[in-house]
Design a protein around this ligand. Structure first.
Ligand SMILES: *[C@@H]1O[C@H](CO)[C@@H](O)[C@H](O)[C@H]1NC(C)=O
Ligand SMILES: *[C@@H]1O[C@H](CO)[C@@H](O)[C@H](O)[C@H]1NC(C)=O
Ligand SMILES: *[C@@H]1O[C@H](CO)[C@@H](O)[C@H](O)[C@H]1NC(C)=O
Ligand SMILES: *[C@@H]1O[C@H](CO)[C@@H](O)[C@H](O)[C@H]1NC(C)=O
Ligand SMILES: *[C@@H]1O[C@H](CO)[C@@H](O)[C@H](O)[C@H]1NC(C)=O
Length: 274
């Protein structure tokens, strides 16, 4: 059973680094990465906390959304909260909502004193993020965490060449996606005929260039952190990357219908908060 060899978390909220690592490593690699920001929030009944709870309880209420991306804001001035929920592109809408609804309490419970938090849950089925800063359409390379498989690759140079080439192609495809989904998966044959499966995704509110830049940073990290290993994942607030020699995604993700002109990419903000 190959476990996870190393994990690093990076956060750069307000120039300080406050990190809480909750890492659950199971045989099936149901790992959870979590980063709490260091902007303190007063507990219990503060307006911010109330707004946050309202926001998280309504984030997935638009059941027409079938592409796994939720964004909403709630509240006024310094008590305004922004949240993003993202599911891996192959996850079905009901499962996506279920994941986000299940983990919202975990995130607020595990980061009770933070105005912002980011978590990747259930093997990256879903990611949930909230902040008092504007986050929609903003490229955020941090927080970031990566983990790698223990098992080494053979013929590292050849493996690296095939892998990087695969991920670069996927990066361009994902970046080209529309404001609902920026996701791409695919495979390539590496040394000894071993198949390498790759996955990349950005939050779809990013521009094509920002998505490309985010994934570029993650791919650039691989030769440093990961490329001699048979599997790895690099998760950032704005983009996700993963590869493995076992398939881990559903290859039959249905395509979305074409966007009719300019469709609002997010649900209208809720009326008012305190
Ligand atoms: C969320 O919290 C519940 C209750 O503590 C726990 O059973 C569950 O595993 C947690 N889920 C995640 C994704 O962390
Ligand atoms: C992988 O390679 C590294 C360095 O080459 C070595 O230290 C490590 O023991 C190897 N791990 C396994 C599981 O073979
Ligand atoms: C890889 O697959 C090709 C085509 O199936 C085959 O001809 C070749 O012998 C295989 N190489 C190895 C190392 O298994
Ligand atoms: C690669 O796939 C194996 C088998 O599904 C899994 O146990 C492992 O955790 C995966 N590794 C990464 C880094 O995702
Ligand atoms: C919380 O919201 C209420 C209603 O808008 C407002 O009267 C009150 O001043 C707010 N409290 C703080 C601490 O901002």
């Amino acid at each position: 059973m190959s476990g996870v060899l190393s994990i690093r978390l990076f956060s750069l909220f307000s120039c300080l680094i406050i990190i809480i690592i909750i890492f659950i490593s199971k045989a099936n690699s149901d790992s959870t990465g979590l980063v709490c920001g260091n902007t303190a929030v007063s507990r219990a009944n503060s307006n911010y906390t109330k707004n946050l709870n309202t926001l998280l309880n309504t984030l997935t209420s638009n059941t027409k959304i079938n592409y796994g991306f939720y964004y909403s804001s709630y509240g006024q001035n310094t008590d305004r909260v922004n949240a993003i929920g993202l599911c891996r592109g192959d996850i079905k809408p009901e499962k996506c909502r279920g994941c986000l609804e299940q983990v919202k309490d975990n995130l607020t419970r595990l980061c009770p004193h933070s105005k912002e938090a980011t978590g990747w849950f259930h093997d990256e089925t879903c990611m949930l993020r909230y902040s008092d800063s504007a986050i929609y359409g903003q490229l955020a390379l941090l927080p970031m965490y990566y983990s790698v498989e223990e098992k080494n690759t053979t013929e590292v140079d050849k493996f690296q060449e095939v892998l990087i080439n695969l991920l670069q192609n996927l990066k361009s495809q994902a970046a080209f996606g529309d404001s609902r989904r920026k996701y791409s998966v695919g495979s390539a044959v590496g040394p000894r005929n071993i198949t390498i499966y790759g996955f990349v995704q950005c939050t779809p509110d990013l521009s094509e260039k920002d998505c490309d830049d985010c994934l570029f940073e993650s791919i650039s990290l691989l030769p440093i952190c990961c490329v001699d290993k048979v599997g790895a994942r690099v998760n950032r607030a704005s983009c996700l990357l993963r590869y493995n020699t076992s398939i881990f995604y559903d290859p039959s993700t249905p395509a979305l219908s074409p966007l009719p002109q300019e469709v609002p990419s997010s649900p209208a903000p809720l009326p008012q908060g305190t």
